[in-house]
Design a binder for this molecule. Structure first.
Ligand code: AMP
Length: 116
């Protein structure tokens, strides 16, 4: 279960450009940005590897906190009004690389649909 590079970022064992933190979530700049604004928002619990592991009896507060953080970060980075995309990759076909639940916040450019 669950030790990833994001666990190390939570424990501040490796550096990250942190843009928001509270008791539930941590948010930092993606190391390989795919848009002018590309922030990762993660829960501070390693037990949620993918969206498949979400359990309302344990994780509701963390999930709400992730969305609230996303809204605040979008405001802070000036993309709240222009629009932004929230992405959660789940599993191999979606391209998930890090098995610690994370939400990508992407903004600052026009997005295409369908995604690649
Ligand atoms: P995913 O493909 O949804 O699992 O996304 C994982 C994301 O984590 C990718 O966009 C990576 O660029 C990003 N990433 C991996 N390692 C780091 C790191 N040390 N600091 C910031 N972002 C990272």
């Amino acid at each position: 279960m669950g030790e990833t590079i994001f666990s190390k970022i939570i424990r501040k064992e490796i550096p990250a450009e942190i843009v928001f933190e509270n008791e539930m979530v941590l948010a930092f700049k993606d190391i390989h940005p795919q848009a002018p604004v590309h922030i990762l928002i993660i829960p501070k619990t390693i037990e949620i590897e993918t969206t498949r592991d979400i359990d309302s009896s344990k994780h509701s507060d963390h999930l709400t906190a992730m969305f609230e953080a996303a809204n605040k970060i979008a405001e802070d980075f000036g993309v709240s009004e222009t629009g932004f995309r929230l992405v959660l990759n789940c599993g191999a076909d979606a391209g998930q690389e890090v098995y610690h639940l994370h939400m990508h916040l992407l903004g600052g450019r026009k997005m295409n649909w369908p995604p690649g």
